[in-house]
Write a protein that binds this ligand. Sequence first.
Ligand code: ADP
Ligand code: 5GP
Length: 258
Amino acid sequence: MAGILFIISAPSGSGKSTLVSEVRKQLSGIEFSVSWTTRPPRGSEQNGREYNFTTREEFERMIAAGVFLEHAEVFGSYYGTARQSLEEARSAGHDLLLDIDVQGAAQVRAKMPEAVSIFVMPPNPRVLRTRLRNRSRAEGVVKEEEVYRRLNAARNEIENYREYGYILVNDMLDRAVAQLEAIVLAERYYRNGEAIAYRSRRVLEVAAACLQANSQERLKPVLEAFRIMGSTGQQQLNFEEDSDEEDSDDDEEDSDDD
Ligand code: ADP
Ligand code: 5GP
């Protein structure tokens, strides 16, 4: 049975890693490609687990040696997926999930148009800011500059959502996890004829609702919040109307979703 290649992209801080790790606990037969990066480890990250950490010199040597299926520069650091990840998953007959940015996703789609691509969005910029700050805080210190760098990049990344087959809005974590799981199960069902063990009709409905073509109504408020719909030219995200109610240490996000 052929393994399926899943690509998942999201603005940094949307909750993609959280979602992926939840889904991996629940589904078997799906490998996660550990990327290479030149950025330093964050928080409790371990070399070889979240990323393979390396130097710019070594990364450039690897690019020249053709090691990467795709690579891109994100926030001033290199990130790349080794071809070996794909080869290993293929020979094991496993699905493979790539957590890569929009540039890397475009490179992979051009080489492998059969890949299933999923874009994860935060519900609005304020929630994204909160998540970025909370993550920073959990890692030791809130670097406001880094938070704003990632926030400002988010809008540009979200503009690429049309390139993706499925769209998730990561508002309630449990729901987004169930949606991601449904997408994987539905694709296995349609492509490989693999039976869905539990509530198969519901699973297929949940996955179908996440198809980009069926997501316009659901996306409208998100795109508006990021000033994407109906906007002309570049606009800065405006946080001025936000009170700090969402910014306290225990705002919406921290309550019960994590
Ligand atoms: P990404 O991988 O997209 O950069 P993370 O998975 O690191 O993002 O999530 C960023 C922060 O948001 C983390 O502190 C995580 O615990 C939190 N988070 C993720 N998803 C949710 C959610 N649905 N509700 C509340 N908090 C969330
Ligand atoms: P972070 O530093 O927050 O872990 O990741 C920053 C961005 O780099 C995220 O958008 C993430 O998806 C992306 N990224 C992680 N690994 C890769 C990779 O191998 N290739 C590409 N192109 N992007 C990656």
